[in-house]
Design a binder for this molecule. Structure first.
Ligand SMILES: [Zn+2]
Length: 334
């Protein structure tokens, strides 16, 4: 299996996250990717740096003004200047202010911070996903993009939930030129940005299994009756799952999701691979075991499509590398 990884993500390392219970050390840290990379190397995978993606490639999914904001917000700042945390939000009824720093609350939907390294790290992450899509288009049966920062909460013109550019959506859009693509999101949290991007798309079928948003982030999206609109009517499916979800409940929902994907008959499968489904993840409250993660990988491999896995969440640093390896191995050997 081809693995793409750009170590350039390390320049994005916010210090803290502002939660309703107060500030905590930022869970989406560079050591996440370092741990995954080390575990995969130990298992015999080779990590390849992706070619830097062309700026135009990002515009297939993202709004030009939003991309300009990401690249310009720190342009006149000292490289070690402080993190920018949006605290006043537009709710999109108001005007976009001219001040770049004030625009953080226009383009952000939560207190996810921006740092001087955020834009280049997000581009590096997107480059891995796009290189993975390119590998599939060239005939590879499977590829994995070790992306950081993650992407599935980022929409066409907004960031949040640790995400700035939607890596999986960029990959799916790349593959969807002339082919049908299914994008399954197995992260513990709903992929609200991805859903939003493809909500009217007839080419990309989006399916997400996640913690019920009635009690868990991102709260406002991810309900079962969100089914797509226009040309995308029926091509958005959500499986909200309860606290304490274990292997059997999760795998039963996954089987339903994969049956829908088989009916859609895509040429390619993209997986938003979040490992915060794991029972010991500090951000989740499920009961999925490490053996369960291997079974998830085996189910995805059995779907029998050229498959790109794109890293999303997963915050148990002691287990993340091994869990990623467990997810990938059925696809690497099948
Ligand atoms: Zn997550």
């Amino acid at each position: 299996m081809i693995v793409f990884y750009d170590p350039g993500h390390s320049v994005h390392n916010p210090e803290r996250e502002y939660t309703s219970g107060g500030p905590i050390p930022y869970p989406e840290c560079a050591d996440r990717a370092h741990g995954i990379g080390a575990a995969l190397k130990e298992a015999g995978f080779t990590l390849q740096p992706p070619p830097p993606c062309a700026p135009e490639a990002l515009r297939t999914v993202h709004d030009g003004d939003y991309l300009d904001f990401l690249s310009a917000v720190y342009s006149n700042q000292h490289p070690h200047s402080a993190e920018l945390v949006p605290t006043t939000f537009a709710l999109r009824g108001g005007r976009r202010p001219p001040c770049r720093r004030a625009q953080a609350g226009y383009y952000g939907f939560d207190t996810t911070p921006l740092t001087p390294g955020t834009c280049s790290a997000a581009r590096a992450s997107a480059s891995s996903a796009l290189a993975g899509a390119g590998a599939l288009a060239d005939g590879a049966p499977a590829a994995y993009a070790l992306c950081r920062p993650p992407g599935h909460h980022a929409g066409r013109d907004y960031f949040g939930g640790y995400c700035y550019l939607n890596n999986a959506a960029l990959a799916a859009a790349h593959l969807a030129t002339g082919a049908r693509v299914a994008l399954i999101d197995i992260d513990y949290h709903h992929g609200n940005g991805t859903q939003d991007i493809f909500y009217e798309s007839a080419e990309v079928f989006f399916v997400s299994l996640h913690a019920d948003p009635s009690y868990q982030y991102p709260l406002f999206w991810g309900y079962a009756d969100e089914r797509g609109t226009g040309a995308g009517e029926g091509l958005n499916r959500n499986f909200p799952l309860p606290p304490g979800t274990g292997d059997d409940t999760y795998l039963a929902a996954l089987d339903q999701a994969l049956a829908l994907i088989a009916d859609f008959d895509p040429a390619y499968l993209v997986v938003s691979a979040g490992l915060d489904i794991y029972g010991a993840d500090p951000l989740g409250d499920w009961d999925i075991t490490q053996a369960g993660i291997t079974r998830v990988g085996a189910r995805i491999a059995a779907a029998g499509r050229p498959t790109l896995l794109v890293q999303e969440g997963g915050y148990n640093l002691a287990a993340l590398g091994a869990n990623t390896r467990r997810l990938l191995e059925p696809l690497a050997t099948g």
